[in-house]
Design a protein around this ligand. Structure first.
Ligand code: HEC
Length: 113
């Protein structure tokens, strides 16, 4: 019985870390948003969880409205890369929003602020 516990704990640890980090979402942020909005966790910390949720729910039109003065950002929003990964992107953003309670730190892959 005892020897089955470790894999289970590892699995749990991995699952919860995954929920906060969302690797795919971070990569998408790095590729699409970082050059204008700064480091991953700083970008996610721009807004609260509710605000990110609201933007995601309103969809592309809302993102376009926020970026109406940036032709480059508007172009990016139309591209397939953004379209196919926005779910992961917003998952990451929401889970690391300024009121999400995630404590940014260094985990060997990513650093906070
Ligand atoms: C080419 C530059 C550029 C890129 C790329 C870009 N943005 Fe922006 N973003 C801006 C500018 C300019 C504004 C409007 C001024 C501001 O609020 O900083 C803005 C505003 C925003 C706002 C509103 C901020 C607020 O306080 O209301 C959000 C949210 C946002 N961007 C998210 C994103 C996300 C997520 C991505 C990646 C998918 C992204 N942006 C990519 C330039 C960019």
């Amino acid at each position: 019985m005892k020897k089955h516990l470790t894999p289970l704990l590892l699995l749990l640890a991995f699952t919860s870390a995954h929920a906060v980090y969302n690797e795919q979402g971070i990569k998408t942020y790095q590729k699409l948003c970082k050059e204008c909005h700064g480091s991953e966790f700083r970008g996610a910390g721009m807004l609260t969880m509710d605000e990110w949720d609201e933007i995601y729910d309103k969809g592309d039109a809302e993102m376009a409205a926020l970026h109406k003065d940036s032709p480059k950002a508007l172009e990016m929003l139309k591209e397939g890369y953004y379209q196919s990964r926005k779910e992961d992107l917003f998952d990451f953003l929401t889970n690391n929003a300024k009121d999400a309670g995630a404590v940014p730190g260094c985990d060997g892959n990513y650093c906070g602020y």
